[in-house]
Structure formats: C-alpha cells, structure tokens
Write a protein that binds this ligand. Structure first.
Ligand code: SF4
Ligand code: SF4
Length: 499
C-alpha cells in the first residue's frame, strides 16, 4: 500500500450522481436512493487540505459536471490548485477531440496538477470552455465502447481466502497503489473505492478533512482497512463490459444492497456471483492503471457528437451600403436554406427589411444583448455578412469540436463570417456584436481559412510533438523550482501493513 502522499492523484468526489449505469462501477452508481452532492464549504476544506500535495488533485464523481455548482467549485479550484496550461486548451477546431486530449494531458506525470474524470455528458458541453481553461489532464470515458470493469463487490471470506494470503494480496492492491485516495462529503479515505463503499453502505465516514491528512502512512490506515474486507478489487476476478449495466456481486453484497434498497437491485441489474463456482485460475490480478481498455482512443465514442456545435442561431448581417435588392435576395436565400433567425445591421434603416421577413433587427449598442434575448438556445451563433457562409465552414461545423470560448472569424475574399458562442466567458460583460472579436483576448480569437475537418485531425507526429513539448514545460518548471506533478508513473508497492 501507499501513503496518499506518494500517490499520483487524490480525488475530490463532488457527487456520486451519474446519468450512466455502468456494470461494476467503482462508485456504485445506480445503487443510491439519494446521491450526495458535496457542499461548497466541504469542497473548500478538501482543496485547502491538499496544499503541499505534489500530485494531481482530481475532480471526480459519479459525473462531477452534474454538480449544480460545478462552475463555482471550479473557480475556487482554479484559484487554488495547479496552474493554467494554455497548451492543453482547445483553440483551433478539432476533428478528433480524443486525440487532442490524449496528446495534451494523458500523462498524469506531466499535467498541470489538475485532473477531471468525466463521461462527457451534455453538462460537459455546457462547461466546455471552463474545462479546457482549467484542466491539463482529462480522463474521458463515455463508455460507448467495450470497457471491461472487474467486479469488486465480493468479500474474500466468501471465497475462503486465508488471512496470510489475503494480506499480501490486499497490500498489493492496484487501485490503492496505482490510483487514488479520496475525499467525499463524509471525510478523507486512503482509497477511492473504500470512500465509495462508505458513502454507499452508510459507513462511519472518513478522517477529518484537515491539512496534511494525506501524509498518513499505511500503518496509520487502521480501521479504514476494514473496507478491504468488503472488496475484491485486489483479487483475480471476472470482468464485464460496462455497457451490460449489470453488477456481479456476492451473496454478502446482495444482502447489503437489499438493506440499502438499491434501485439497481430492484431493477434486476444485479447478478449474484456464486463464490463456490469461483475459479481464481481463470482470472488475473490487475497490475496496470487502466486495465479496462486497450485502445485509449476509444474513450470517446458517441459523446463526440455531443461536443460538435449543437444549436446554431443564424444571423444575416447587412452592410450599411448593401443595395436593397441584393439584401432582399440574400435574406430570401438564407430563409430558404433554413438559416435565418435574425437580421443584424448598424443601420436602423434596415428595420423595414427585417420586418418584411418577420425578424428582429439587431442594431446599435444593445445588438448583442438583443441577440442573447432572442436566441432560443444560448449556444452558437453564425453571423454572415452580405453573402452566405462558405461551404467549407458548414463542413467544419458538422465535423469538428469547437471551443465555445473562442471567436472564429473570417474576412476572406468574398466571405465574411463570425462564429461564436453566447456562453463565451468573454461575452459575459457584454460586447459589440459588430466587432465581436474585440471582446476576446488574442489567444481566444481564430481566423479561419478554407479547410476541411481532416486538416484539424492530429497526426501521430503532432501528438508526439505535443507530448514532448509538455515534458519540456514540466522539466523547465521543475528546474525553476515551481510545483509540478511527481515523476514517472507509479508502481505497485507491497508495503506490509500487518502480519
Ligand atoms: S460513467 Fe463512471 S461513474 Fe458513471 S456509472 Fe459509469 S463507471 Fe460509474
Ligand atoms: S481492496 Fe478495495 S478497498 Fe482495499 S485498497 Fe483495494 S480497492 Fe481499496
């Protein structure tokens, strides 16, 4: 076992609510009649308690973005943990967002001391800019592909494993050695699964969330180790595809789930595991940090479609000097294409033309606020001036993930458009609709040129270069004496606690 001080990651669990119901979830999602949502004071205590910890302070759930105060929590986190890593931020469109994430932040060792574990729900999309601005390391897994989860809801006593053998196995547990200690609203724990069991089964709670709790050594874990008696993560056990949604549990666990009135049990999504039929030779002990998936690029499947622009409000922008007939033809064409929701013009004289098409005219200093009020969904806006958007732009919008915090613009020959998102942090204090780029900092403005989604697909060489660059940045910070995440990936330690 490891002291949390020697771990790569310590998690703060914002909630154990999750819209998914994966088989053998380590957070027991689906078994809670009422999930927890950490309160802000506890979250602050949790963050503050980890001052001095050199690893990643992970934000996890359940699905952490489901927390109703996710944004407020992240503001505190960002101000108190790690540093902003502009190399990890998505700025240009991305035709393969998973590759972008893997290139920038897959290596726990080279992150910015901030990490997010998420299944990429619609709430992720809503918080996209904040997430890119905050996290250097994102562990995405939408479970839309095969992802093997080992059962951990079996007790060693039911399998007849004697004490001496058990203690060796327990002390080499991969979860505790390769992953995380954890903080829930009920306290701090030496192991994330122990923390989740305590929250699910109504345990006594963890250690007080106070500075330095994580410096405890394995010999200090004491009564928390009782949770291991309920857990089979360290044993050779069968696995199941997360998408099956069914948990494999032992009879002792089935009785516990009955006691807590588990919704998953009531729905029949529990398979009672027969300890007598158990054959340990048919399974192996996990020894690597991500045993559930071989191909990391498969971590995002259907969720990619949730991240491409979901709602686009179309604004036809009329130049002051456009001829009336040309303007009418332009508006009629946009209307026939189903791409006309509002008219924008710096000339109030275009009000009559807008009225002809039964549309609001966005004009003057309040044009942006009028647009926000008029948009059915506060999402993307495509504003095109005098001519339709070029075909390539529609190809990019259909095929790429864009960062809603960035303004994408073109003033190319024969085309003039602005593609931006009403949720952008840069627009929250207002702005000039007719000079929208001016509201954004330089690093969040992108001039688009004719291109195809494939031009925004990260090559193997591109990934290599980005990873190498991250290592250089990490090394430079280290040499400058700045806080960095610890060195190379961890290994399983066999620290004997007792026996
Ligand atoms: S997405 Fe993660 S937290 Fe949610 S049910 Fe699946 S494994 Fe559990
Ligand atoms: S056996 Fe279970 S509770 Fe114990 S350290 Fe391993 S994962 Fe945690």
């Amino acid at each position: 076992m490891k002291s949390p001080a020697d771990m790569k990651v310590i998690q703060i669990e914002l909630t154990n609510a999750c819209p998914m119901r994966c088989a053998n979830c380590t957070r027991f999602c689906g078994h809670h009649t009422r999930p927890f949502f950490m309160d802000f004071e506890t979250f602050k205590k949790a963050v503050d308690s980890l001052k001095g910890f050199r690893g990643i302070v992970g934000i996890m759930g359940g699905e952490p973005t489901q927390h109703p105060e996710f944004r407020r929590f992240m503001e505190y986190y960002r101000a108190n943990v790690g540093y902003d890593d502009s190399t990890a931020r998505l700025i240009e469109p991305s035709a393969d967002f998973m590759r972008h994430v893997l290139a920038n932040g897959y290596h726990v060792d080279y992150g910015n001391r901030r990490g997010l574990w998420t299944s990429v729900t619609p709430r992720y999309y809503e918080n996209f800019e904040l997430i890119q601005d905050t996290f250097g390391y994102q562990l995405l897994n939408d479970h839309s592909h095969t992802s093997m989860h080992q059962t951990h809801m079996v007790t060693r006593k039911e399998l007849g494993i004697p004490d001496d053998e058990w203690i060796k196995l327990r002390d080499r547990c991969w979860v505790q050695n390769l992953w995380s200690a954890s903080i829930t609203p009920k306290g701090a724990f030496f192991c994330e699964i122990a923390a989740a069991m305590d929250a699910t089964l109504g345990g006594p709670g963890g250690w007080p969330i106070e500075p330095g709790w994580w410096m405890r050594k394995p010999q200090d874990f004491k009564e928390q180790l009782d949770w291991c008696e309920m857990c089979s993560a360290c044993l050779p056990m069968p696995s199941r595809d997360a998408n099956d949604e069914t948990d494999d549990v032992s009879p002792v666990w089935a009785a516990k789930l009955q006691e807590i009135n588990s919704p998953k049990l009531r729905k029949g999504l529990v398979n009672t595991f027969d300890p007598v039929a158990y054959q340990k030779d048919q399974h192996s002990i996990i020894q690597k940090p991500t045993p559930y998936m071989d191909d990391q690029e498969n971590r995002m499947g259907k969720s990619r479609n949730r991240l491409v622009p979901q709602h686009v409000t179309h604004v036809a922008w009329l130049s002051a000097n456009i001829a009336a007939e040309q303007a009418r033809v332009f508006l009629q064409g946009r209307k026939e294409a189903g791409q006309l929701d509002a008219v924008a013009s710096q000339t109030p004289a275009h009000a009559a033309l807008a009225a002809e098409f039964d549309l609001p005219l966005l004009t003057g200093a309040q044009a942006l606020s009028d647009l926000i009020a008029a948009a059915r969904t506060p999402d993307w806006v495509l504003m095109v001036r005098d001519t339709p958007a070029p075909a390539y732009l529609h190809g990019l919008i259909d095929g790429c993930v864009f960062n809603p915090g960035v303004a994408y613009c073109s003033d190319g020959p024969g085309e003039c458009f602005r593609f931006f998102n009403l949720r952008a942090s840069s627009l929250q204090v207002g702005g000039d609709l007719f000079d929208i780029g001016a509201s954004y900092p330089a690093q969040k403005r992108v001039a688009l040129e004719e291109s195809r989604p494939d031009d925004y697909r990260l090559s193997d060489l591109g990934m290599f270069i980005r990873r190498a660059y991250k290592r250089v940045v990490w090394l430079k910070r280290k040499l400058d004496g700045k806080p960095v995440t610890r060195g190379p990936l961890g290994e399983i330690k066999s620290n004997r606690i007792s026996g």
